[in-house]
Design a protein around this ligand. Structure first.
Ligand code: ZN
Length: 281
């Protein structure tokens, strides 16, 4: 089995420090968590920006400062910037993190319900964003909240906007969307092209059980406070303890952990794109 890529979704748009005091919010806090999680075994980091009041933000300057801080202390990790909609709905604003030329960006290829909102990604918007990924050469991580989103991604690939092999993240257990189960994970992982790679993001208490299933099935794993605030025993988690939990399980099951460069090889990320973002920030 190929080595395991551990992604950390550090902050997200929803959790607050009140819900979990270890949540990294400022650029300095985010960079500090990246460093600790990278040392624990995480290769890839899914990044959101917050303003000084902890509110989700698409402010380019905040994204730039976060990336500056991360690159200063953890130059080797893979950075994936979010294009999610809780921070704003303007198409260009949502595409901007991709235009900063990170190695990866998140890309939800359809609409679904999430707690309190419709997560709106119209056919016109996803075609627009796919073209931005194509123009910039940034690799999308296709966020799949519902099975139809796989088909939408394959349609965009057929039209030439997305280049294979594709990389999918199966988000399971978000209130309003597909429930988390091994059965669903099996179905999704068998519904993507044979050359595609996949990871799973289990929400809440789905996180560690689905991560364990993915380790056994040959997929990859996303953990972090964006998705889940607790360890399996119910105690409060931090990003580092979640990564450490997955590393421990993977080692017990004989699955080795990928370094950032090994993760680049698995995901087909061109090494020459590693530091393009430095010229943009
Ligand atoms: Zn996110």
């Amino acid at each position: 089995m190929e080595k395991l890529i551990i992604t950390t979704a550090l902050t997200g748009n929803v959790p607050t420090k009140k819900m979990n005091p270890s949540l990294p919010v400022t650029p300095e806090e985010i960079a500090r968590d990246v460093k600790a999680c990278a040392e624990a075994g995480s290769a890839l980091f899914h990044v959101h920006a917050r303003d000084t009041e902890e509110k989700p933000s698409l402010d380019p300057e905040i994204f730039k400062e976060i990336v500056r801080q991360i690159k200063k202390t953890s130059p080797d990790v893979i950075v994936q910037l979010s294009t999610g909609a809780r921070a704003g709905k303007d198409w260009e604003d949502r595409a901007f993190p991709v235009r900063l030329l990170p190695e990866m960006g998140s890309f939800t290829t359809g609409s679904n319900n999430l707690p309190g909102i419709i997560y709106e990604n119209s056919p016109q918007f996803i075609e627009f964003l796919a073209k931005v990924f194509q123009e910039t050469g940034v690799k999308p991580e296709i966020e799949v909240f519902e099975p139809g989103m796989i088909n939408n991604a394959l349609f965009l690939q057929k039209k030439g906007y997305l280049k294979g092999p594709l990389h999918f993240d199966f988000v399971q257990g978000a209130t309003g969307s597909m429930p988390g189960s091994v059965k669903n994970l099996l179905f999704l992982s068998e519904s993507i092209p044979a050359d595609a790679t996949w990871t799973v993001a289990g929400i809440g208490k789905n996180e560690i059980p689905l991560a364990t299933a993915a380790i056994l099935m040959g997929g990859h794993v996303r953990v972090g406070l964006e998705d889940n605030l607790h360890l399996p025993d119910g105690s409060q988690a931090s990003n580092v303890t979640l990564v450490e939990t997955v590393v421990r399980i993977a080692r017990e099951l004989g699955r080795e952990i990928a370094t950032p460069d090994e993760a680049r090889d698995i995901l087909g990320l061109p090494k020459e794109n590693k530091d393009r973002i430095l010229d943009m920030i």
